[in-house]
Design a protein around this ligand. Structure first.
Ligand code: SF4
Length: 443
């Protein structure tokens, strides 16, 4: 009889990419990977430390799994497991806790999947998290776009963040391996590769290369594809990367650049590596070089010391600058961070009110950005998952476009004239014919 395993991921794209690798390892060992809602012999949870109430969430998942199969073998891994292994080991029904280093070596550590009376804990100290753990690329949209992990860990010391503790120091995939795997993804038919990591802009130091030099290699790979950088710290988004993005049709005209706060005082308390004025200059520079560029921003509300004054500074700053959408996070206290010791705690209800205000601002900004696209022609990569009446895809500058379903559009980059914005805040348009190749403009 084939054993079944169900895997559940919490958190970021990097975790999804790693869960995919673990799933493949199970398949290689003869397991069938099934949906988390199904009865399985083994359940694995790849957790996140950023999630609020990580422990409660983990407990609930374990209980749900054991309701489906009381004899199931339970494995918990991921950032939360790295940071709080003892807490997890105490949860009834957990058999194994694996740290960040151990999660991709599961089959060398676990010999049998028989339930235990006490949980086994395999968690290396954070200072030993210094090797790059290769992860399988994961599908973003049904074999159209792929998340490709190229970097892990972070050397920064943002005062609210536990990621450096959970994932260790910054390290990267070697450029040789990376280019080989990148070519394999293109060969497999992916038309958009999303470069992911904890701090992607920090790619390469130990390999004597940087993100810009890597991108130069990747845009030279033959084939029809485009490259998107999942997120990049503002201080690492160099003029060279902006110029390459402006000139190469293989680079998506889109950046996601965390700001976190538009208040100089809060930014300093957060120990971020740029000033508000640097961020503003960067956004202006990008717009001067790349027309119709899409820019996304991460922002945190309710950081300690953020009074109404500092919040309104952030709000006004974001209202003014030409960015196309915001990802808004409500600050929550994390053990072992510097921020948890800071004065000026913001009432939780007030934090949420500020989050709502920024989410409304984000909707307005997105709508305005989409409106600016009406009448223009964009290159849309349509995805294959909508096989009903409509098909959706993203433009290079990250505009979501919806059209009538047409099989010939699936996984093709098509020129679309944007004609209107739908009620769901999507763009709709006229297809201008399928473009079979994208030219690289020499830099
Ligand atoms: S850059 Fe800052 S927020 Fe991002 S992972 Fe590193 S420490 Fe955390």
């Amino acid at each position: 009889m084939v054993n079944k395993v169900a895997l559940q991921t919490l958190g970021c794209k990097l975790n999804f990419s790693e869960t995919s690798t673990i799933g493949n390892q199970f398949t290689n060992f003869g397991f069938e990977v099934v949906d988390f809602k199904e009865k399985a012999d083994v359940y694995l949870f790849n957790t996140c430390s950023v999630t609020e109430n990580a422990e409660r969430e983990c407990r609930q998942l374990v209980r749900r799994a054991l309701r489906l199969n009381p004899k199931a073998f339970i494995i918990v891994t991921g950032c939360y497991a790295q940071l709080r292994p003892e807490e997890i080991a105490k949860i009834d029904g957990v058999d194994v806790v694996l740290g960040s280093k151990e999660k991709l070596n599961l089959f060398t550590l676990i010999n049998d999947f028989e339930k235990k009376d006490l949980a086994c804990v395999f968690v290396s100290p954070t200072q030993e998290l210094n090797e790059f753990g290769k992860a399988q690329s994961t599908d973003a949209d049904n074999r159209t776009r792929a998340y490709f992990k190229i970097q892990d860990g972070c050397d920064y010391k943002c005062s609210f963040c536990t990621i450096p503790l959970a994932r260790g120091t910054s390290r990267s995939m070697s450029p040789e391996d990376l280019v080989t795997e990148f070519k394999q993804l293109i060969k497999a038919g992916y038309k958009e590769i999303i470069l992911t990591g904890v701090n992607v802009g920090d790619y390469g130091a130990a390999h004597d290369i940087n993100l810009y030099k890597l991108l130069l290699k990747l845009v030279e790979v033959p084939g029809e594809f485009r490259i998107r950088i999942s997120s990049i710290e503002p201080n690492l988004l160099t003029d060279e990367i902006i110029d390459l993005t402006a000139k190469s049709s293989k680079m998506c005209k889109h950046f996601h650049i965390p700001l976190q706060s538009g208040s100089p005082k809060i930014l300093k308390l957060m120990q971020r590596r740029y000033k508000v004025s640097d961020y503003q200059n960067l956004i202006e520079k990008i717009h001067n070089k790349i027309s119709d560029v899409g820019i996304g921003v991460d922002v945190i509300t309710g950081f300690p010391g953020e009074t109404q004054h500092e919040f309104l500074e952030t709000y006004e700053f974001l209202r003014k600058i030409p960015v196309s959408y915001l990802h808004v996070f409500t600050y929550s206290e994390r053990p072992d961070t510097k921020a948890i010791t800071m004065d000026g705690e913001v009432d939780v209800f007030e934090r949420k009110r500020r989050t709502n205000m920024l989410r409304i601002l984000s909707e307005k900004k997105k709508h305005a950005f989409y409106e600016g696209m009406v009448g223009k022609e964009l290159e849309i990569l349509f995805e294959s998952k909508n096989e009903g009446e409509t098909i959706e895809g993203f433009s290079s500058n990250y505009v979501r476009v919806i059209n009538k379903f047409d099989n010939t559009l699936v996984n093709e980059i098509s020129r679309v004239e944007i004609t209107k914005i739908t009620e769901e805040n999507l763009c709709a348009g006229k297809i201008k014919g399928i473009q079979k190749s994208i030219e690289l403009i020499a830099c």
